[in-house]
Write a protein that binds this ligand. Structure first.
Ligand SMILES: [Fe+2]
Length: 447
């Protein structure tokens, strides 16, 4: 990065912080106040539909602003309130336009944890710093009511977007209730496609997701569906949570970052300069101490869009087919089974998933056997010789013939059952949401 640009972005924090406050949140106000000021009169008249008759005002030049991204506060994890509080004190001192918490706000999604979290951020909200949130797997995975508790605990919807000083911010929901892994629901992706269509291809877009995207160790099974929606737009940066690591990488040319948890001493300051057309990120990393640490310059990018530098197969050092092992050089297709596949490319911190390809077959896939169960399946099936074991959300555990799926025995637990059955000697053992472990006779299914 040129030193002059570095100076613009990071050496003059006071000038970067000069701003008039948050503009993305609208608060209702009375139409005409008693003895109104000029500002109150204009606001009331505009709300009353008189805007076309008011004198034109000069449009304010877009001003530089700062926001903060932090993640994985995990309030409830033993002893981390003090560390989170120290980090929030540093963030509050910056007086950012707003703060985005990238998810895992709490450790177990309990209402008491949300109350403790709200107490932590309350002094900063009173200082007019708005906080926005994403849900994380820890917020929703321990109870079917996790998403409801998250919405009530944070006051935020599961996914949303807003405009702020000429930039568009998209906060995604990657969570799956009762699950560690991520998925982007079709309903949200349809909303996102409409949302970005309205935003247009020029406005700078910042995307936030709890489960990471675009790097090794795939965490969201349909991340490519997100990429296909984002690609036509001016996506400047994707902020990720979940991995508790300080990382920087690119995904098909889009820059991505991830922080450690806030309580682990990591957060990012993002400086946007609409006039210069630049975005800069500085990361605060290290032990969470009560002595304010200065964020260090990490990344700069352009707000103006344009062609992104793509990772090409020729430049890639490693290739991988689907979720197979990374191999040096060109991917080996010889042992790949017929059907649709994708090749991933990697070199250093760059990562790309090339377009899919299909190995044709003249064999048709046919369903050999199927069986209706008493509830959904949220766990792994367990093969036990010529038998297969499956637990179901209705609470039942079924043992069936692995070839025909003919039931051999079925047993019931006291509540929904989303743990995979384990074979332990002569027993089949499984956990249930009633807080109990159940052991069934491997042959008969008797408890
Ligand atoms: Fe986390």
């Amino acid at each position: 990065m040129p030193s002059t640009l570095m100076g613009t972005l990071f050496a003059s924090p006071s000038s970067m912080l000069a701003r008039s406050g948050c503009s993305q949140t609208l608060h209702p106000c009375p139409l005409i106040a008693m003895n109104p000021t000029r500002r109150e009169f204009l606001a009331g008249a505009a709300a009353a539909g008189l805007a076309p008759y008011l004198p034109a005002r000069p449009v304010a030049a877009p001003a530089p602003f700062t926001f903060v991204f932090m993640s994985d506060t995990h309030v409830g994890l033993k002893g981390n309130l003090v560390q989170n509080e120290a980090m929030l004190a540093e963030i509050g001192a910056l007086k950012p336009d707003f703060v985005i918490n990238g998810g895992d706000v709490t450790d177990y999604g309990w209402s008491g944890e949300y109350a403790n979290y709200r107490a932590l951020i309350a002094p900063h909200e009173r200082a007019n710093i708005p906080f926005h949130h994403l849900a994380g797997n820890h917020d929703v995975r321990w109870s079917p009511l996790g998403p409801k508790a998250y919405r009530e605990g944070t006051g935020d919807p599961m996914f949303t977007s807003f405009d702020h000083k000429g930039c568009h911010f998209v906060l995604l929901d990657s969570t799956v209730p009762l699950s560690h892994y991520g998925h982007f629901e079709a309903k949200m992706l349809r909303w996102l496609a409409r949302d970005l269509e309205k935003t247009g291809p020029k406005m700078p877009v910042f995307v936030f997701t709890h489960h990471w995207v675009g790097k090794d160790g795939i965490m969201v099974d349909n991340e490519v569906a997100l990429l296909e929606i984002l690609k036509p737009y001016n996506v400047v940066h994707i902020f990720n949570g979940h991995g508790h690591s300080d990382l920087l990488w690119t995904w098909d040319g889009i820059a991505n970052t991830m922080n450690k948890g806030l309580y682990q001493g990591s957060w990012m300051r993002v400086d946007i300069d609409p006039v210069a057309g630049t975005a800069g990120i500085a990361r605060r990393a290290g032990e969470p101490t009560l002595d304010a640490a200065k964020p260090q310059p990490l990344w700069t990018g352009s707000l103006k869009g344009g062609a992104k530098e793509m990772l090409t197969p020729e430049r890639a050092r490693l290739h991988r087919i689907d979720n197979g092992p990374w191999v040096e050089g060109a991917p080996v297709l010889a042992s790949t089974v017929a059907g649709p596949h994708r090749v991933s490319l990697k070199t250093g911190t760059e990562y790309a998933r090339a377009k899919g390809f299909e190995i044709p077959t003249d064999r048709k896939t046919t369903v050999l056997a199927s069986r209706k169960l008493k509830g959904g399946v949220m766990s792994h099936l367990r093969l036990d010789g010529d038998r297969v074991l499956v637990s179901q959300m209705g609470g039942a555990v079924l043992c069936a013939d692995a070839e025909t799926l003919r039931p051999i025995w079925e047993a019931t637990t006291g509540d929904y059952c989303h743990s995979s059955p384990e074979v332990c000697g002569d027993l089949v053992v499984v956990g249930s949401a009633d807080g109990k472990m159940y052991a069934f006779d491997r042959k008969s299914g008797k408890e």
